[in-house]
Design a protein around this ligand. Structure first.
Ligand code: 8Y7
Length: 281
């Protein structure tokens, strides 16, 4: 596996230890932050706090992919995320990720300073592949989803869960290579909750190393998701302990990037995990 991804301005993303991606939602309908961070200065404060708490990457999202969430126009999405990316970049050299599926949002976000394109639709929307291919120092997270956000949780079915997800990854890697995107820039993510039953989600978590076969870094995003809430019968605000358990298991099973809301607490968990792994205690 390549343990590093090269980014713009000589920066790198190093996966020798798992790193934290802190979630910065800039949506009025986000299911867990519920419109708390809509103006740029509040979102900027939140972003800086996450860096302080131990995030290596900030994931900026202006489109909710929650099942049944309304579509967001290009104009609204740009208005939410571009000023924030510019403001973060003014203050910090941190790694910025843009959570979007729209090619024009990707382009403007990268021009404003984004380092990673995190696309739950794995660059399948029009012009996305071609747009990102123009920026060889941008990293890309290709996430697996069965179906579309509106309907994906209706009746997910797999004959071979890991096999089908890995086949999807292979197809998307090939599509990237066909437009000149190098494998060395790619991150893979099996997509917890995106067209998966509770059982599928826990199968993926338990067998996370199944997704290491393609030799690329892996991202795990399960923070506050229904796989925690439905299992434990907890509201979104009450899913911290379950999310931390999931983060630890993902790290132990080979995840390189852990995408979370609760950065400080996750950093503590990973700190203990790393000390144990390195045998320094
Ligand atoms: C994921 C994600 C969301 C995930 C990656 C939520 C944007 C729903 N989930 N991106 N985005 N992986 N790569 O609960 O699991 O945060 S949105």
């Amino acid at each position: 596996m390549n343990t590093k991804i090269n980014l713009a301005r000589g920066r790198t993303l190093d996966f020798a230890n798992p790193v934290i991606m802190g979630i910065v939602n800039v949506t009025p309908d986000s299911f867990s932050d519920g419109g708390q961070f809509l103006n740029t200065s509040a979102a900027l404060n939140h972003a800086m706090q996450l860096l302080d708490d131990g995030a290596t990457i900030l994931d900026i999202g202006g489109e909710s992919t929650r099942p049944g969430a309304p579509d967001v126009s290009l104009e609204d999405e740009l208005r939410r995320v571009i000023p924030l990316i510019k403001a973060i970049r003014k203050q910090s050299d941190c790694v910025i990720s843009i959570d979007t599926s729209k090619a024009e949002v990707m382009r403007q976000a990268i021009e404003a300073g984004a380092d990673i394109v995190n696309d739950v639709r794995a660059l399948q929307e029009p012009d996305a592949l071609e747009t990102v291919a123009q920026y060889p120092e941008v990293a890309i997270c290709l996430m697996h989803m069965q179906g579309q956000p509106r309907s994906m949780q209706r009746d997910p079915h797999y004959d071979d869960l890991a096999g089908e997800i890995n086949d999807f990854f292979s197809q998307r890697i090939a599509a990237c290579e066909a437009v000149g995107i190098k494998q060395s820039q790619l991150i893979l993510d099996p997509g917890f909750g995106f067209g998966k039953t509770l059982k599928h989600n826990y199968q993926i978590l338990a067998q996370f190393s199944d997704y290491a076969k393609l030799g690329l870094p892996l991202l795990a995003g399960l923070s506050r998701k229904s796989m925690i809430g439905n299992l434990l019968n907890r509201d979104t605000k009450d899913r911290l302990a379950g999310s931390l358990a999931g983060a630890l298991i993902a790290a132990q099973n080979g995840a390189h990037i852990i995408r979370v809301h609760d950065v400080k607490e996750t950093a503590d968990v990973l700190g203990v995990y790393q000390a144990c792994k390195q045998g320094v205690l």
